[in-house]
Structure formats: structure tokens, C-alpha cells
Write a protein that binds this ligand. Structure first.
Ligand SMILES: CC(=O)N[C@H]1[C@@H](OP(=O)(O)O)O[C@H](CO)[C@@H](O)[C@@H]1O
Ligand SMILES: [Mg+2]
Length: 550
């Protein structure tokens, strides 16, 4: 039978053989999609191509598929699915993703038909899928497998090639909103963001070249390539020295936002002088952290919490000036530094919400407010404006009766909205926003850092036989199983001042994460270590018992 006459299912059957699943391999759609060693992922990619095609038929919209393992090592890879408005795929479909991924070869068609039936999908509906990939060597072949999956269901896949994760999210939203959000191209993205950035920096006309200068660690990944591409659009309003641009170093190796945040030290390969403003992206450029060394050589990290504080303060001030009565809230996770929560609630009088780890939870909670600022401590975050908030801002900017101060504040807010990628956390967009805010407020990185002082903290990992034995509640701040673990943590926390600790199974790695805060770094380190030992003993640790942290 000629290829053109084959039914969709026959095609799937035939092509799936070329992307066969190793028998017995089981993977979960985790905190941010599937993620593991790239060698195990070909069948997953093909099947996610199939699922994206079904999601596109179901929603009658363009769906995105991003091939990346973000901050994980170069040998790993992964896949993230993007829904029509550019946000992460809805939880019900994460379950379908896990079902399809784990169906043995002979059960794949049945699993596919199950989804089609449950969701009552019209199979004659057209399919449009946008595909992007990061710079990992394995991403090329894996994105071809996604395209194969899409086309087996008669779909059209548009391959954007090398893009950052947030660029793909942005383009999916542009496509599904008929251009209202911007043009669905990488150039359209640069144009929209750079225009807003340049408008905003006009409010800081006396900035010196020194103040416009920023050191950027590109994690040897896609963010470095895309920053280079974007630079000409910024018309020297930002002057970047780019390090770890991928020309020689290895992706995420001793560099990048995750390394800097978890190790609490500067990346390798960046030449920082005292006081210079620096930032790091992660491997797919959806996270950013800032930092500097002071004149005594001491390292200072400005993480997602400091970023959320800077941005929410800026927005509140503008809303005040504009006389707009819109509620600003900040959404955090249990990893947020206790000082940040305290400062936001007590000093800033901002509503703070704590949710489970994973951007989808933060995004969802942020949608409940007029303006929802959400950031994970690791630097993944953005700001969401409700439709009503955007309209109120636009109306005021155009109002002939509004006074100059109000109008000017409304225009600043308008450009801020345009600079922000509301689909997902975005290192490039966040960087430009932070640079603009610092410029407008005339703040140095030291002054920004001094807004509040972080409590010393430590994050550790513990290997256990089965991390699913740990169940948590209260936005992951308390463990309900295994028995005795929470009591042990409570007793350890009591030994220290200003202390807090919690444990949770990671959704992206086969480990249990331990987090502790206390009055001094030594105490935070000691508490984190003692909690790690409790996890090891009570939750079935494997290998050697954790050693004290140095
Ligand atoms: C403590 C921490 O940073 N956890 C990260 C990490 O999730 P885990 O479930 O902790 O492995 O990766 C997620 C995806 O990038 C990110 O959303 C999350 O914040
Ligand atoms: Mg990432």
C-alpha cells in the first residue's frame, strides 16, 4: 500500500518500530517533563510528537514541544510540552504523556486510542506543532523523532531549530492569539522585548556605559547564542560581556544558574572584578540569577527571591504613582529564603502565597491575582497580568484627563508588560526587566542586595532506595511519611536559632532534597547535614551515610 493511502494508525504502527521502546523502561512526566540520559529518549520523543499532535487536534491550536534537559548534564535530555497560551501542558495531559511513554511497543496503539476516546478527539482535525531544541548534541536526533511522531498522525511540525525554551513558549502564544502577543518568530521576540526595554531605559537618560555593563554567564548553552543574536536589537542600551558562550566549555559544567545557586559560588570562566554586576542563565535560558563579589572578595547571590522582591516593589511603586488599585501578589515555594517572605509580608505588605515546587504550580497560583509575580528561589519566574489589569493600564495611558505623573507611570507599566514574557520564566526577558528596573530606580547591585539580608541556607541531596516513600503536605513543608521523619526534623530544627528545614522527593532527579536555614552558615550546614542523616536512616538511604558538609 502506498504511503499516501495508509491510515494514521498504520503509519504510527510502522514508524513506531523505528523508535521502539526498550522493554521494561518506565519514566514519569516529572516536575518539568521527561528527563533522563539522552540514549533512553528516542521512543519518548516520537510518542510526545504523537501526543502533541493529539493535543493540537483537541485544542484546534498550535502546540509546542521543546527538546531540552535544562540545567541537567550535557549527556541528559528531555522534553517539555507547551499548551496553546504558551503555558506548560495541563496536568491531565501530563498523565497521558506518562501513559504513552510507558506503553510497551505492542500496546502503543491501544494507549493512543484510549486518549483519543477519553478526550473525544476528532481525528480529521488539522495538526500544528512548533518544535525547538537546545544545544545538546543529542537534541538534533531527538527533535527529528518528535517531528516523525507529529507527521505519523498527518500533522505539520514547524521546526524552529535552536531556540530557548521561553522563546518557543512565546511563539506558540503568538501563533494562537493571531499575533496579538507578538510575531511568532525569533525576530518578532527580539523586536517586542527590545522595543519595550529601550522605551523603559529612556526613563534613565543619564546612565553611564559603566552602568549599562553586565557580565553574563551563558552556561555554554542556547541562552548565550540567543543573547548574541539579540544584542544588536538593544542598541547599546545594554553592554554585555558574555562568558561561557559554548565555544569551548561544556554545557552547565561548573557554570550556569543552577550551579551558582546550589553551590553558592561564582561560575568558572567568568572574570569578575569587585562590585561588577553579573548574571547566569541555565541550559535552556528559562532561569536567571544575579551575583557580585564585594571588595573583600565575598560572594553575594541575588536569587529568584531577590528578583521577585525587586520587581514587585517596582510594580507597587508604579501602581501607586498611577493611582491604580490593583493587587500585587508574590508566589513562592518552600525554598524561598525566610527573609524574603518576611520582608515582602511585613515591610512591603504584599500578599505572599507558598505553593509546591514546579513552575506549573506557581504559574497557576499567580493567575489568581491582578498582578502575580512568581519566582522559584533558583531564578525561574515571571509576572502575570490579568486581562483586567492590562486593560486598566492601557486605558490610563490613553486617558486625556489623567495628569502627567499618572500617565507616565501608566506608560512605564505598559512597557513593563511588553517586556515580560508572561508564558513562562525567561532569562533574557527577566534580565532586561531587572536591568531596566535598576536603571530607572538608580540602584546598584549592592543597593538591591541590601534591601534585605538572606538567612544562611543549605541545600543537599540524599540517595534513597525509593524516594516515593516520602510524602509531603503543606506545600511540601512537612513530611507525612515515612513515620517518624517529620518528628526527627522538628527535633533537629529546635536545636538552632531562626531555623527551618524540610525534605521532599525531587521530581527531576532520583534523590531526596534537603533544605535548611539557620542564623549562621555553620548552623544551616549542620542542620542540613543532620536532616540528611535522618532521611538516610528513616527513609531507606543507599550507599554511605551522608558526611558533614564542608
Ligand atoms: C529545589 C529546586 O530548585 N528544584 C527544581 C527542580 O525540581 P525538583 O523537583 O526539585 O528536582 O527542577 C525543576 C525543573 O527545572 C524546578 O522547577 C525546581 O525548582
Ligand atoms: Mg531551565
Amino acid at each position: 500500500m502506498g504511503d499516501y493511502r495508509m491510515t494514521q494508525f498504520e503509519k504510527v504502527s510502522q514508524r513506531s518500530v523505528q523508535h521502539s521502546k526498550p522493554a521494561g523502561l518506565v519514566l514519569q512526566y516529572g516536575t518539568a517533563g521527561f528527563r533522563t540520559n539522552a540514549k533512553q529518549l528516542d521512543h519518548i520523543m516520537f510518542r510526545m510528537g504523537l501526543l502533541a499532535a493529539l493535543r493540537s487536534k483537541k485544542t484546534k491550536s498550535t502546540i509546542g514541544v521543546m527538546v531540552t534537559a535544562s540545567h541537567n548534564p550535557e549527556e541528559d535530555n528531555g522534553v517539555k510540552l507547551i499548551d496553546p497560551m504558551g503555558e506548560m501542558v495541563t496536568p491531565a495531559w501530563e498523565e497521558y504523556a506518562t501513559l504513552l511513554a510507558n506503553a510497551e511497543q505492542e500496546g502503543l496503539l491501544a494507549a493512543l486510542k484510549d486518549v483519543i476516546e477519553t478526550e473525544a478527539i476528532n481525528m480529521s482535525q488539522d495538526v500544528s506543532v512548533f518544535i525547538g531544541k537546545d544545544t545538546r548534541p543529542s537534541s538534533e536526533g531527538l527533535s527529528q523523532a518528535v517531528l516523525d511522531g507529529v507527521s505519523s498522525l498527518g500533522g505539520h511540525g514547524h521546526d524552529y531549530g535552536l531556540v530557548t525554551t521561553p522563546q518557543l513558549h512565546f511563539m506558540v502564544r503568538c501563533q494562537n492569539t493571531q499575533g496579538c502577543y507578538g510575531t511568532a518568530t525569533v525576530d518578532g521576540y527580539y523586536q517586542k522585548l527590545s522595543k519595550a526595554y529601550i522605551q523603559l531605559t529612556k526613563h534613565a537618560p543619564n546612565r553611564t556605559d559603566d552602568q549599562k555593563h553586565l557580565l553574563v554567564d551563558g552556561a555554554n548553552g542556547i541562552g548565550a547564542l540567543k543573547l548574541r543574536e539579540m544584542e544588536p536589537f538593544l542598541q547599546k542600551e545594554l553592554q554585555v560581556s558574555l562568558f561561557n558562550d559554548g565555544s569551548s566549555g561544556k554545557l552547565n559544567f561548573q557554570c550556569g544558574a543552577d550551579y551558582v545557586k546550589v553551590q553558592q559560588r561564582p561560575p568558572q570562566g567568568v572574570q569578575m572584578s569587585a562590585g561588577e554586576r553579573c548574571c547566569s542563565f541555565d541550559g535552556d535560558a528559562d532561569r536567571i540569577v544575579y551575583y557580585y563579589n564585594d571588595s573583600a572578595g565575598q560572594f553575594h547571590l541575588l536569587d529568584g527571591d531577590k528578583i521577585a522582591t525587586l520587581i514587585s516593589t517596582f510594580l507597587k511603586e508604579l501602581l501607586n504613582q498611577a493611582g491604580l488599585d490593583l493587587q500585587v501578589a508574590v508566589v513562592q515555594t518552600a525554598y524561598a529564603n525566610g527573609s524574603s517572605t518576611n520582608y515582602l509580608e511585613e515591610t512591603m505588605k504584599v500578599t505572599v502565597r507558598c505553593v509546591k515546587t514546579g513552575v506549573k504550580h506557581l504559574h497557576h497560583a499567580a493567575q489568581e491575582f491582578d498582578i502575580g509575580v512568581y519566582f522559584e528561589a533558583n531564578g525561574h519566574g515571571t509576572v502575570l497580568f490579568s486581562k483586567a489589569a492590562e486593560e486598566a493600564i492601557q486605558q490610563l495611558a490613553l486617558d486625556p484627563n489623567a495628569n502627567d505623573e499618572k500617565k507616565s507611570a501608566a506608560r512605564l507599566l505598559e512597557n513593563t508588560v511588553n517586556l515580560i514574557n508572561q508564558t513562562v520564566g525567561d532569562a533574557l526577558s527577566d534580565m532586561l526587566l531587572i536591568e531596566a528596573v535598576l536603571a530607572i530606580k538608580g540602584l546598584t547591585i549592592q543597593q538591591w542586595d541590601a534591601i534585605y539580608t538572606d538567612l544562611p541556607s543549605r541545600q543537599l541531596k540524599v540517595k534513597v532506595a525509593d524516594r516515593r516513600v516520602i510524602d509531603t503536605t503543606d506545600a511540601e513543608r512537612r513530611a507525612v511519611s515515612p513515620a517518624g521523619l517529620q518528628e526527627a526534623i522538628d527535633a533537629l530544627v529546635k536545636k538552632y536559632k531562626m531555623s527551618r528545614a524540610f525534605v521532599r522527593p525531587s521530581g527531576t532527579e532520583d534523590v531526596v532534597r534537603v533544605y535548611a536555614e539557620a542564623d549562621t552558615q555553620e548552623n544551616a550546614d549542620a542542620l542540613a547535614h543532620e536532616v540528611s542523616v535522618a532521611v538516610y536512616r528513616i527513609a531507606g538511604g543507599v550507599g554511605e551515610e551522608p558526611k558533614p558538609f564542608h
